[in-house]
Design a protein around this ligand. Structure first.
Ligand SMILES: [Zn+2]
Length: 295
């Protein structure tokens, strides 16, 4: 459907809702202070809000979700800086837990349309050195796991907009859905991403024919510039940074948090930097959603 048709569809009904869920939080206070340097290891702390989210889904559907501001955080287990050899050891398990950020009333997970590629752009403003490589690596891994095709549309000057990002921006991107935006921010413009918040990721739902027609059409990741700068400066930082971007991409394609520490979608970092078995199952599931002729 062309833009005109889509705009008509919006007028006919239809609901767009952004699901920028799951603020992902670092907790510097809980980090072991074995080194005097501020680059000492510290955990990634992520909200354990999936159960609450699931229980309250009916009540909050359609809202812009900043669940992190509404629910208490659990303390993270301090990272132990495992030897590099441990970072890439895959789990031998083939099954594990996964969760969806949103499901339709009939229970289908909301996903991207696998028959259309997911375009993405990166805003390089305030991007830490080395971060582009990390983003590309993370996208490659998530693309492989989901079988969703990602297309790099290059750089953008679009600033992060965590509250009201237009899903279509014809002047900037042409007559199509805006690409997924990956941007860097800090506490000044967006208090929700900065300080000990590592990032936020999510996607916008388009429901041209009611809730059962829900699919994601664009998304956004905002990453904490200061945190990534620190992470990427230290040895082994690439793997940790990549894991955070993969976690946020997991949210973009529709996964929520799980509590199993083997999973990247877990609420606590345990030194795990590769996809766990549940991550892989979940990513394969959200990559196998329905195709929509009217996306
Ligand atoms: Zn998260």
């Amino acid at each position: 459907m062309g833009l005109v048709g889509r705009l008509r569809a919006w007028r006919r009904y239809r609901r767009m809702s952004a699901r920028l869920a799951e603020l992902d939080r670092h907790d510097r206070k809980a980090a072991p202070q074995r080194n005097a340097t501020p680059l000492a290891s510290r955990p990634r702390l992520i909200s354990n809000s999936v159960l609450i989210y699931a229980l309250s889904f009916v009540a909050i559907v359609g809202l812009l979700l900043y669940v992190g501001s509404a629910f208490p955080w659990l303390a993270g287990k301090p990272s132990q800086q495992p030897p590099a050899a441990h970072l890439s050891v895959p789990s031998t398990a083939t099954t594990g837990p996964f969760a969806f950020l949103a499901t339709t009333p009939a229970g289908r997970p909301v996903t991207y349309d696998p028959c259309h590629p997911i375009h993405y752009v990166v805003n390089p403003a305030a991007m830490p050195l080395g971060a582009m490589r990390v983003i590309r690596d993370a996208i490659r891994t998530i693309s492989t796991a989901t079988k969703l095709k990602f297309i790099d549309d290059g750089l953008t000057q679009e600033p992060p907009n965590l509250t009201n990002r237009p899903p279509s921006q014809p002047q900037r991107y042409g007559q199509r859905w805006a690409p997924v935006l990956i941007a860097w921010t800090d506490q000044a413009p967006y208090p929700m991403v900065g300080g000990d918040i590592a990032g936020i990721g999510g996607s916008t739902t388009f429901e041209p024919d009611g809730p059962e027609s829900a699919r994601y059409v664009t998304g956004e990741i905002a990453l904490n510039q200061a945190d990534f700068t620190q992470i990427l400066t230290r040895d082994g930082g690439d793997a940790e940074a990549r894991a955070i971007v993969m976690h946020e991409l997991g949210h973009v394609v529709g996964l929520g948090h799980v509590t199993d520490p083997r999973e990247l979608m877990a609420p606590k970092e345990t030194g795990q930097t590769a996809l766990g078995p549940g991550d892989r199952q979940g990513l394969a599931t959200v990559g196998a959603g329905p195709c929509w002729p009217d996306t």
